[in-house]
Every structure is written in structure tokens, then in C-alpha cells.
Design a protein around this ligand. Structure first.
Ligand code: SAH
Length: 350
């Protein structure tokens, strides 16, 4: 089995090349090529032919292909659908804000969590992404769009804490001073609440922001929307959030997609305010993106206003996420989902 070279840290590459009988500075040369997005050993022109052959024998390397690229006519948001080495596809979104460009990356092909409003989970989990595949979402979004990426959110397809080791390795790579050097404080990791992993994450002592997809403050509503809540429960989630905040000193952010008539009543707002205050969390309200296969609708603006008012009256720190890329299927999983449907249809026709 060839090793995936882009998933290696510079110091590991150095060790590896030493074992192949190469001096340490060669690793620096190779890493610089990789850092520029070169994914072809033959293009590394300052390496000897012999070394290039050795690299080809021992390592795999792959450049993701753009299957689709959609640019929003409204706000310039760019959505990519990438083809991976095995023909699978994942989505990445590049959004421009006043403070810089944010990339939203996927961490898995599909997802096993089964949230009732989400398009990414409809076909289940296919596989984890490797560290290099996640890194290349950032790298090639930047190279292709020409927009320098300053912020990363792990809010694309997949549950990052279900792919813990690869996601941690990706963070090390993207944060590395010899790599893209993106600061942990500019990175958010979003989870549906895989609480068993919170201590592991806290132990890494990263300065990233943990976003918890809460979406409902009570077990009845939350278990209906999010199977991950069943067997865990809101109380356990809140206790783990509290511990995470106390251990790391990093404030958690609650993601809350507003769903018409499901989680947007005064009851939910009061209960949410209580939880947010208990863990000093910031609340990020998101108008639900309608997904064709799902019956849910976004809350009306009247209901949203009333909801926000209750949170503010209870001194909760709340923001409403701006909807970007609404004309390019920018809510995660929809582009990949369409491709899957097209592929199935084509194979039915054959
Ligand atoms: N699995 C992780 C990260 C991926 S989803 C998680 O659950 O947090 C990123 C965010 O988008 C999550 O908050 C998720 O609940 C939310 N989301 C999924 N489908 C959505 C939709 N149709 N409308 C609005 N937000 C959605």
C-alpha cells in the first residue's frame, strides 16, 4: 500500500525520506511543492529524476477534480463539487465576508447521523475523508477561486467527530506554519453532539470554536429531529458543553436552524435561553434551508423576530446567519445528492 503523502506532516515526511536515504532538506522541497498545490511528482522540477521515481513508488498523490462549480449571482458564494480518487464526490463552499473569505468543508462522504432536515445524510455514510482530502478542499478552493482563505468551518457534509483522527490530522496540517498556516481561532468545528468525543477534543487544547448543532432545547423535539439525541439527551449534551467550556475556556456556539412550527415557539425560545446562559453559549440562528426530500419549512420572519426578542430579553448573545448562496444550492449535501440521483437514474436507464 502506498502512503498518502499529502496527509503527512513536514517532520514525518523528513523521517520518511531519511529512511529512503534522502537528506532532510529534500522533505522541505517536497513540502513546498505540496503547499503550492502541486499534486504530480513529475512537476517537482528541482528534484532529481531518481527521487521522483522513488516518491512515485512509495506514495500516492491525487488532485481533486472540479465536477461542478456554481457561483451565486446574488453574493458571489462559490460552491464546488469535487471528484475524489474513487469517484466519490464532496462539496465545499467559499463565502466572502467583510472580514475575509470562509471555506466550508466536508469531513465525510455522506453521514450516518440521520438528522431529519439535512440533505447530506439521506444516502447514509459512504466513507471518511482522509486528512489530505479535507486539506485539498481548502487548498483547491483557494487556488481555483483565487480567494485567499482566512477562515474554515467544518460544516459541510459529514460529522467531524465521527472521523475524529483524520479531522485532527487535517487541523494540524492546515494550521502548520510550513503549510497553509491558518490559525485555530479562525476555525470552527460543528457537531450534532457526539458527546463521547468532547473530552478528547478538549484534551487537544485547540483554540478553535466548537459549534454544537442544537436545533431544539428539549428532548422531545430534539430526538425527533436528530437521532444523535436519542440515548444521549439534552441534559448530557449541556453537561458536556459546560465541561468543555470550563476546561478550554473557549465559548461554545449553538447552531439553531429555525423550522416552521417545529422548534420556533415561545416555549422553545425560553428553554433555549436557559441552556445558552447555563453554558455561556453564543446562539447562531439559521433560517432553515428547504431540502426537496424533507417536509420542513423555514420559520416565518414574524416567528423569527419573536424568537429573537425572547432570547435578547434573556440576555442571550444571538446572531442570525446571513443566507449566502441561496441560488446555488449552498446548503450542504444538495449538490452531491443531485449527482447521486442523476447517477442512479442513468444506471436505471441502462
Ligand atoms: N455534522 C455536523 C456538521 C455538518 S452540518 C453537525 O451536525 O453540526 C452543518 C450545520 O448545518 C449543522 O448545524 C446542521 O445541523 C445544519 N443543517 C443541516 N441541514 C440544514 C438545513 N436544511 N438547513 C439549515 N441548516 C442545516
Amino acid at each position: 500500500m502506498k502512503k498518502d503523502i499529502v496527509s503527512l506532516l513536514p517532520e514525518e515526511l523528513e523521517d520518511e525520506l531519511r529512511q529512503l536515504g534522502e537528506p532532510a532538506y529534500r522533505a522541505g522541497q517536497v513540502f513546498r511543492w505540496l503547499g503550492r498545490g502541486v499534486r504530480d511528482f513529475d512537476a517537482m522540477s528541482d528534484l532529481s529524476k531518481g527521487l521522483r521515481e522513488k516518491l512515485k513508488e512509495n506514495y500516492s498523490i491525487y488532485e481533486p477534480k472540479v465536477l461542478r462549480k456554481q457561483i451565486s449571482a446574488i453574493d458571489g458564494t462559490i460552491k464546488y463539487l469535487w471528484e475524489l480518487h474513487d469517484g466519490q464526490a464532496v462539496e465545499t463552499v467559499v463565502m466572502s465576508y467583510q472580514h475575509g473569505n470562509t471555506v466550508c468543508v466536508s469531513s465525510q462522504v455522506g453521514c450516518r447521523q440521520g438528522c431529519a432536515f439535512c440533505a447530506s445524510t439521506i444516502g447514509g455514510l459512504i466513507r471518511n475523508l482522509t486528512p489530505s482530502e479535507i486539506l485539498d478542499e481548502v487548498m483547491f478552493s483557494q487556488l481555483d477561486s483565487g480567494k485567499e482563505i482566512s477562515n474554515i468551518v467544518l460544516m459541510g457534509i459529514g460529522e467531524p467527530l465521527d472521523n475524529f483522527d483524520n479531522v485532527m490530522r487535517f487541523l494540524e496540517l492546515v494550521n502548520h506554519p510550513k503549510g497553509m498556516n491558518i490559525g485555530m481561532r479562525h476555525i470552527s468545528l460543528s457537531t450534532c453532539g457526539i458527546t463521547e468525543r468532547f473530552d478528547d477534543l478538549a484534551a487537544r487544547n485547540l483554540q478553535l470554536t466548537l459549534s454544537v448543532s442544537l436545533h431544539a432545547p428539549d428532548d422531545e423535539t430534539r430526538s425527533r429531529l436528530m437521532p444523535a439525541n436519542r440515548g444521549r439527551g439534552v441534559d448530557q449534551l449541556i453537561a458536556c458543553c459546560k465541561k468543555y467550556f470550563e476546561t478550554t475556556g473557549r465559548r461554545i456556539s449553538f447552531e439553531y436552524a429555525m423550522i416552521d412550527g417545529v422548534n420556533d415557539t415561545a416555549f422553545h425560545a425560553h428553554k433555549l435561553a436557559e441552556l445558552a446562559r447555563e453554558v455561556s453559549a453564543h446562539v447562531n440562528l439559521i433560517p432553515l434551508n428547504h431540502v426537496e426530500e424533507r417536509q420542513f419549512r423555514p420559520s416565518t420572519s414574524g416567528h423569527m423576530k419573536a424568537f429573537i426578542k425572547i432570547l435578547e430579553e434573556n440576555r442571550v448573545n444571538v446572531t442570525v446567519r446571513r443566507r449566502l448562496g441561496s441560488d446555488v444550492d449552498a446548503s450542504c449535501g444538495q449538490l452531491r445528492r443531485k449527482r447521486e440521483l442523476d447517477r442512479n437514474q442513468n444506471s436505471d436507464e441502462r
